[in-house]
Design a protein around this ligand. Structure first.
Ligand code: NAD
Length: 500
């Protein structure tokens, strides 16, 4: 690990050109289950960012020449190392993020899907070819890397989201400067070291730590050619407008408010279990968490009773304890923010049927239990804002059309799901709903690694989804070559515009 101990404090350093690099300015990293500081994280000034980008530029010139088979073998090796050591990575995630160990392993498994997909890069880097488009003329399209890519990632998936991005970028022949969240930075360093061990050349995957200063230095650096971002909507918008203004290609994924529609004919038991799992897993700190259950027709009381019963039984403990269902929130600020939404829910006209403030939780650390607010409507803060914590809002509506209108009027459009047994309802939902990722009797429809991930509206700025086939499109430039091999005698001067 690129850490060193200064006295008793662990210092987490940058990882540039395959080596640890220190820095003067640091910020604290906490264990959210204890509330105690566990490390200092170095923060990159723009000069350090510049050094990382220059290293990456140098390394990429060689890397793009490395054969696809060799690149693929590195992916296979990295996959084997991560799989063999996944418990170690999961413990790092739990220590800095707080999510329970099994959930951290789930995040790693989903992230590894991208390594597995990229191991097939010989297929994904294939271009197109058309023979004889005119007499003796052939046309092919080839894919080439864009150069140096900046990847800026959020705290809530410290391993999976970096794996979404950098695997595809490096498989396509680019070099990466990864700027992970300053709240749980160690997983990124761990992954960079693993890829080095797997044979990735130094300088192809660099990790630079920092805050806005480091991010803005990446956005304005002339040798960064593409920016992948995942985080909150205001920052995603800033990243998108700034980087696009600098002439870079950008994909910037933002926040979410994901609705789950429960139709009257749904299997209520499985719908209730799905709602509780998707609302409170990872303490609600997932961009695909269900934060609104939209209950259609007269099943509201039954659904709310069952969801409340299941959520009340959740065990909230530090993520390294085997009995824990749910861990703490990421920071004290996050805890205060989530608590304030629970405080105001009743004043706004909601019914607090489960109060996370009174749940049995550890006294130290950033813990709050699951909360459920019934009779929520648009216009209430608990509905309008992305809370990003363990708070489930219940909206009751009369008809399927009311549910669809509610969702389509929301500014976020990351994921949604419908629970029903009726095929016609499902067909209409798939067709009508204005959301990027849709689940049918599946509450968290994160696409498998061979598809691509992305929302609509304020959940994604840009037009390319992340990882999978769209990832390869984002990280490559297509070049079209038209060729003809005429006999010397066939050549003649012709000032007309060439036509086929
Ligand atoms: P965040 O926006 O605060 O931070 C994301 C990254 O941006 C971090 O690396 C951070 O250092 C950097 N950053 C923060 N403020 C910045 C600024 N003013 N200028 C430049 N860079 C800045 O997000 P977070 O709190 O780490 O993560 C949670 C958010 O991410 C939620 O809104 C969640 O919905 C969203 N998210 C979305 C997806 C998705 O796929 N759409 C996936 C995961 C998380």
């Amino acid at each position: 690990m690129t850490t060193m101990s200064a006295g008793k404090t662990t210092v987490i350093e940058h990882f540039i050109g395959g080596k640890a690099r220190g820095g003067d300015r640091t910020t604290p990293v906490y264990n959210p289950a204890t509330g105690q500081q566990i490390a200092e994280l170095v923060q990159a000034p723009s000069s350090r960012v510049d050094e990382a980008v220059r290293d990456a530029v140098r390394a990429q010139r060689e890397w793009r020449r490395v054969g696809l088979v060799k690149r693929s073998k590195i992916m296979f090796r990295a996959r084997e190392i991560i799989d063999a050591r996944k418990d170690e990575l999961a413990r790092i995630i739990t220590r800095e993020h707080g999510k329970v160990h099994s959930d951290a392993l789930g995040e790693i498994a989903r992230g590894m899907e991208n390594v597995e997909f990229c191991a097939g890069l010989l297929h994904h880097m294939k271009g197109e070819f058309a023979e004889q488009v005119a007499d003796g003329v052939d046309v092919k399209q080839i894919r080439q890397p864009v150069g140096v890519v900046a990847c800026i990632t959020p705290f809530n998936f410290p391993a999976m989201v970096p794996l979404w991005m950098f695997t595809t970028a490096i498989a396509a022949g680019n070099a990466v400067v990864l700027k992970p969240s300053e709240r749980d930075p160690s997983a990124a360093n761990w992954l960079a070291e693993v890829f080095l061990e797997a044979g990735l050349p130094e300088g192809i995957l660099n990790v630079v730590h920092g805050d806005k200063e480091a991010v803005d230095a990446l956005l304005s650096h002339p040798q960064v050619k593409a920016v992948s971002f995942v985080g909150s909507t205001p920052v995603a918008h800033h990243i998108y407008t700034t980087a696009a203004n600098e002439g870079k290609r950008v994909q910037a994924l933002g926040g979410a408010k994901n609705h789950m529609v429960v139709m009257p004919d749904a299997d209520l038991e499985s719908a209730a279990a799905a709602a509780v799992s998707a609302a409170f897993g990872s303490a609600g700190e997932r961009c695909m968490a269900i934060s609104v259950a939209v209950v259609v027709g007269d099943i509201g009381d039954q659904f709310v009773d069952r969801v409340t019963e299941l959520a009340r039984a959740l065990v909230v403990r530090p993520g390294d304890q085997p009995e824990a269902d749910m861990g703490p929130l990421i920071t004290r600020d996050a805890l205060e923010r989530v608590t304030s939404y629970v405080d105001s829910a009743a004043q706004e006209g909601g019914t607090l049927v489960l109060d996370g403030r009174t749940h049995d939780v550890p006294t130290e650390g950033f813990f709050i239990g699951p909360s459920i607010v019934d009779h929520v409507r648009p216009g209430m803060k608990v509905y309008d804002d992305e809370i990003f914590g363990p708070v489930l809002a219940i909206v009751r509506v009369d008809t399927y059309e009311d549910a669809v209108n509610l969702i389509n009027e929301n500014r976020f459009a990351n994921g949604t799901s419908v629970f029903t047994r009726d095929g016609k309802t499902v067909r209409s939902f798939e067709y009508d709903i204005e959301v990027g990722m849709v689940g049918v009797n599946i509450p968290i429809p994160v696409p498998v690694g061979s598809f691509s991930f992305g929302g609509w509206k304020d959940s994604l700025f840009g037009d390319t989804h992340m990882y999978g086939p769209e990832g390869f499109n984002f990280y490559t430039r297509r070049k079209v070559v038209s060729s003809r091999w005429p006999e010397a005698s066939e050549s003649q001067v012709d000032l007309g515009f060439p036509s086929h």
